[in-house]
Ligand binder design. Structure first.
Ligand code: GCO
Ligand code: MN
Ligand code: MN
Length: 338
């Protein structure tokens, strides 16, 4: 008998993973990787086999920072072939504006104008790559947009530069005639001591100050709202009410810890249940229509087989919770009590 909780794109499941999630080789600040790197084309094959619908990426997950244009084109071609062979799509693309040492003091908020210009140029190339792969959503996670000490910069200057960069990028995308949406992802800290626009709530306000606010929304992440002990359900609910839930990063997190990016549903099961219930719309309000994206990775103790078990577990947990949410909202006794 088929397992009803097995994911299947044919029956409408829209699960996605980042190349950097199943591709995470288990390195942490205290030790190197514990499992081999899986090449992007193999990740595509593995995700398709696991029942995922799509794969998302940072520019540098596919194309190394220092690749020549010829190397870039070859890597993109191979990747596109793997997508076609395995029937996977790329709904979202993002730009790595945090790993290279040039971004140590920020990218769009760096005090050095030359760094800001370089960050914008890199984001343009990242967007071009996304468009080439068919993405309709571009995520911005400003991991380095913050400080360890506010002596470094007045946050009002940082925010102004952030706005200037996003306004430019929105205008440029419109000039190209591309139908893209930007989804801004908040995080309170890590890798910076304090990151600007720390929560989805901060982000929702900031978006209203942008020139092309209609094309900008949020990408809330469970771990990032739970790190400081906030409610992901309320963050997502507020984003949905504002019509701004453009993407979502599903994972799990214990309050007060470093960003754990754990398997979806592996912590705070009640929070995960109410989140899925909200996304699925079984409680009456409209459902979220976008992909269900997992920004999580396997434990460092897992080998490559364990990574694929982890991926299957994320999707299976989501589907079980969706079935429970539907049952909950259809239960006459529950309805009466509510
Ligand atoms: C994190 C972040 C990142 C971003 C990703 C996309 O775990 O700190 O969530 O994983 O989502 O870089 O921009
Ligand atoms: Mn994320
Ligand atoms: Mn995270």
């Amino acid at each position: 008998m088929p397992d009803p909780f097995d994911p299947s794109p044919d029956s409408g499941d829209r699960f996605t993973f980042g190349l950097w999630t199943v591709g995470n080789p288990g390195a942490d600040p205290f030790g190197p990787r514990t499992r081999p790197r899986i090449p992007p084309t193999e990740i595509v094959a593995g995700l398709a086999k696991a029942g995922a619908w799509g794969v998302n990426l940072h520019d540098n997950d596919l194309v190394p920072f220092d690749a020549s244009p010829t190397e870039r084109d070859l890597l993109v071609k191979e990747f596109q072939q793997a997508l076609a062979d395995h029937g996977l799509v790329v709904p979202m693309a993002t730009t790595n504006l945090f790993s290279h040492p040039v971004f140590r003091d920020g990218a769009f908020t760096a005090s050095d104008a030359a760094v800001r210009a370089f960050a914008v140029r890199k984001a343009m190339k990242g967007i071009e790559l996304g468009v080439e792969l068919g993405a309709s959503t571009v995520v911005f996670w400003g991991g380095r947009e913050g400080v360890e000490t506010d002596a470094a910069r007045d946050c009002r200057d940082g925010l102004g530069w952030y706005r200037e960069c996003l306004n430019f990028l929105c205008g440029w995308v419109k000039d190209q005639g591309w139908d893209l949406k930007f989804a801004l992802e908040a995080k309170p800290n890590e890798p910076r001591g304090d990151i600007y626009l720390a929560t989805t709530g901060h982000m929702l306000h900031f978006i209203e100050t942008l020139e092309h606010r209609e094309m900008c929304g949020v990408n809330p992440e469970v771990a990032h709202e739970n790190m400081p002990g906030l409610s992901m359900v309320h963050a997502v609910g507020q984003a949905m009410e504002a019509g701004k839930l453009f993407h979502i990063d599903l994972n799990a997190q214990r309050i007060g810890r470093y960003d754990q990016d754990l398997r979806f549903g592996s912590e705070d099961l009640k929070g995960a249940f109410f989140l899925v219930r909200m996304l699925e719309g079984t409680c009456g309000h409209p459902a979220y229509e976008g992909p269900r994206h997992f920004d999580a990775h396997a434990y460092r103790t897992e080998d490559v087989d364990g990574v694929w078990d982890f991926a299957a577990g994320c999707m299976r947990s989501y589907k079980i919770l969706a079935a429970r949410a539907a049952a909950f909202d259809a239960d006459p006794e529950v309805l009466e009590i509510l």
